[in-house]
Every structure is written in C-alpha cells, then in structure tokens.
Design a protein around this ligand. Structure first.
Ligand code: SF4
Length: 277
C-alpha cells in the first residue's frame, strides 16, 4: 500500500444525496478493494500511477470544521472512501473529525464496512443524532472474501451492529450492491434484524469503467449466471430489477421492516458516479 498525504482547503463537499448537507471523505483511495468499487473514478484527481486500492492519501486540512457552518446540518461519512479503513487505526483522522463534529453538533450518518466504527462510540453518543450503517453485499463470508477482500468480515460487521445497538445508537443496514442471483437479501435481513432500525437497498449498478472487471469476476466465480448478467448489463433488460424491487417492497411491508428498494437509477445514463458525493 502506498501511503501519502494531500493538502485540502476543506473536508466538506456539498452533497447531492437526499437528506445529506455535506459529505466528508477523510481519505483519498480505499484499501478495502471491493471488486465493484464505484469510487474508482476518484483516481483521476490524484497523481497516483498505482491502481485504485493500492494507495491511500490522508487528507490534511489546516482549517477545523466550524459550528457556524455545521450546527445541526446532516453530514455523511463517507461517500468515496471508507472512513474506518484499516489505516485509520494508525492515523486516527476520522476520530479527529468526529471530535470536531461533536463540537459543531452536527447530525452524522456513518457508512462503513469496518468493525472499527465501534471505537468511536463515545463520540457518537455526544452528537444530536447519529446513525451507524453497515453495508453487506452478502451474508456469506466466502462471497465477502471474494468481493470485498480487505473489508470487515460478515461476523465482524454483525458484532459492530450489535455493539452500536447495545449502546443505544441508531443503526441501519445497507444491502448493497445486490448481485443478481447471488445476494440473498432475506438472509441478510434475518441475520441483522435484531440490531437494525432500517434498511437501504441498492442494485449492482455497473458503469463502463468497472463493468468489465465485474463481468470477469462473475465469469470466474459464478459462470452459471453469466448469461443473466449479460442480459441485464449488456442488453439492459430491466425486468429483473423491476421484479426484485416489487418483491423487496412487498416483503418489507408485510414484515413491518423500515426500508424500500428503488432501482430506477440502475440504467440511468444521467446518474454519474459523482452523484454519490
Ligand atoms: S468500501 Fe466503498 S470505497 Fe472502499 S473499496 Fe469498497 S466500495 Fe470502494
């Protein structure tokens, strides 16, 4: 892993996500190396020749977060990195930012695939509101190892959710990305429901930059689904997602689960990866 530093004028990015005022990405790059990583486009803003996943820059900013700007705003960490990547143990930058967010009294939503989130529970409790969201593309550890080789294990993420809940914090599970025929979303719900307040669902949304990599992944490990993936992603057959969206929403309603699937963006040419910020 190539470690570096970059100086920035601010940690804050104005967000286009619904209900989020700002996003904060403490790092550039992400060592979790998810095969479907949608944030890879960030590499073009760096001078790194290394592939995405092989470098991590710590963002340094001399200006602290200001309460006059952030008081009771909604801030999300993180959209194009994981704020609790393994190197955060050493750099403690996310923790320093959380201390500033406590000072600013911002509402915080944390999205991560790492059990390191529990380290900062003492700070989360001092915020006006906090939601810890753990993301799962599968409940199967064998799949997690293939698709998200350097992120937290399924069991570690379950333990993290449980610990957040036991500490009286709001929790969410992001079932994403849903890999057609592979992600058993009902299994993820069954495992996580005792510790989860609400669910988000997102489809595997392939952009040209990483579609080839994901299709190679499918052909290597799940060749039996190659035809289906080809019909969805190459021939752009939306019927799979329409059926799945209906099935998930019926299930959530029937089981009184707070959460809705909305996959209309899957093939939207207008949605660029930058919209995730
Ligand atoms: S955790 Fe998120 S940003 Fe990091 S590699 Fe995985 S998808 Fe990309």
């Amino acid at each position: 892993m190539i470690l570096g530093e970059v100086n920035v004028k601010t940690y804050l990015s104005k967000s286009k996500l619904p209900g989020v005022d700002y996003t904060i990405n403490p790092y550039v790059g992400c060592p979790h190396k998810c095969v479907y990583c949608y944030a890879e486009y960030m590499k073009k803003f760096t001078a790194h020749p290394e592939p995405w996943g092989e470098f991590l820059d710590v963002r340094r900013c001399p200006v602290p977060l200001r309460p006059y700007l952030l008081f009771h705003t909604h801030v999300m960490l993180s959209s194009v990195t994981d704020a609790y990547n393994p190197y955060e143990k050493e750099f403690r930058l996310t923790r320093k930012l959380m201390e500033q967010l406590v000072f600013c009294q911002a509402h915080v939503q944390m999205l991560t695939k790492s059990p390191l989130i529990v380290r900062d529970i003492d700070l989360f409790k001092k915020l006006p509101s906090f939601e810890g969201a753990l993301s799962f593309s599968s409940a199967q550890e064998s799949f997690r190892q293939l698709a998200e080789p350097c992120a937290g294990t399924v069991q570690e993420k379950l333990n993290a959710l449980k610990t957040l809940k036991e500490n009286g914090l709001s929790t969410a599970v992001v079932i994403a990305p849903i890999f057609p025929q592979i992600t058993d979303w009902k299994e993820i719900i069954a495992l996580t429901r005792p510790y989860t307040d609400r669910y988000h669902f997102d489809a595997l949304n392939m952009r040209p930059a990483y579609q080839k990599r994901v299709m190679v992944f499918i052909s290597l490990y799940f060749p039996q689904y190659l035809e289906l993936y080809s019909s969805i992603y190459e021939q752009q057959d939306l019927s799979y997602w329409r059926r799945l969206q209906e099935e998930i929403n019926d299930f959530c309603q029937r089981e009184h689960i707070q959460g809705r699937a909305d996959f209309k963006h899957v093939f939207s040419a207008r949605r660029s990866p930058e919209d995730l910020e």
